[in-house]
Design a protein around this ligand. Structure first.
Ligand SMILES: Cc1cc2nc3c(=O)[nH]c(=O)nc-3n(C[C@H](O)[C@H](O)[C@H](O)COP(=O)(O)OP(=O)(O)OC[C@H]3O[C@@H](n4cnc5c(N)ncnc54)[C@H](O)[C@@H]3O)c2cc1C
Length: 253
């Protein structure tokens, strides 16, 4: 009989043992600010970030209560491995352990994190990269899209307030950014915008990072227009009306 890993244990030793390819990190908050109507930016420094190998789009799993309570995953932004600095961009929504923890952070606080995590990476063989995201995945979209130096980068970003679409400094030769207004968890404006995009399937990689039902609706719309499932990488970040589990993942049932 195979033993299933116990995902309810969220202390660092258990996580490092279970996940295998992550390290524990102690990170000190150096600044905290609302940078748009929905997004907090939390700046961090720590020896553990010095020289750390982080792929664009990877995240940290942070303790949002004590070290044995719930954890939430937040994408690593602007990592500087020489200085040992990085930032998190976190949605300020009504409730939730992560949102409350974010609001409570003060300069000098030390964050208990585990990372880097995340298997969704930029597909090096693709010639066109389409990112579909929202405020909660802005950090991942920014890190991944800005790291691409060849081919075409398309971004479809759904935000409740246009000011939540922070600047993207895309360096690929061909780029376009489509910002749509959508309530959190509403897929319709994204699906509409996608129907206007001229997409060739040859060399295409799609990255969808969003709320549960948005991920499903967007993936289904993409497949309906002939984009192969293998070209669509998805990650569900949260689920409307349901809290994420203690290990940070939204419920799948
Ligand atoms: C790989 C990965 C990377 C992630 N990176 C980021 C990131 O960089 N920034 C970020 O903000 N989040 C990110 N998330 C989502 C994040 O980890 C939390 O799940 C999310 O912020 C909610 O946590 P919470 O404890 O605040 O709310 P929960 O306790 O999980 O939920 C409480 C309630 O709030 C609602 N809710 C949760 N999130 C939102 C939201 N964004 N808008 C409106 N209502 C919401 C839920 O539907 C629920 O009703 C990531 C998730 C994953 C899996």
């Amino acid at each position: 009989m195979t033993m299933q890993p116990d995902k309810s244990r969220t202390d660092r030793a258990s996580l490092v043992a279970r996940l295998g390819d992550v390290i524990p990190l102690d990170l000190t908050v150096t600044a905290t600010a609302m940078v748009s109507p929905a997004l907090w930016r939390i700046d961090l420094v720590g020896e553990d970030l010095v020289g750390l190998a982080v792929l664009p789009g990877q995240d940290l799993m942070v303790a949002v209560a004590d070290g044995t309570g719930p954890r939430r995953r937040y994408s690593i932004c602007n990592h500087d491995p020489a200085l040992g600095t990085a930032s998190l961009l976190i949605v300020d929504h009504d409730n939730g352990a992560g949102a409350q923890w974010t609001r409570s952070l003060q300069v000098g606080d030390v964050i208990d994190a585990v990372g880097p995590r995340g298997k969704q990476v930029v597909q090096a063989s693709a010639t066109t990269h389409l990112f579909i995201g929202e405020a909660s995945s802005f950090g991942a979209t920014q890190s991944m899209a800005e790291s691409i130096t060849e081919g075409t980068v398309l971004v479809v970003l759904a935000v409740a307030d246009l000011e939540d679409a922070l600047p993207l400094h895309l360096v690929a030769p061909a780029t376009s950014i489509h910002v749509v207004e959508a309530a959190p968890g509403d897929a319709a404006p994204i699906v509409n915008e996608l129907s206007e995009l001229d997409l060739a399937t040859e060399g295409l990689a799609v990255y969808v990072n969003a709320e549960f039902s948005v991920v499903r609706a967007v993936k289904s719309a993409l497949m309906d227009r002939g984009i192969p499932e293998a070209a669509i990488a998805t990650k569900t970040y949260w689920r409307q009306g349901r809290a994420n589990a203690v290990h940070g993942e939204p419920p799948k049932d």
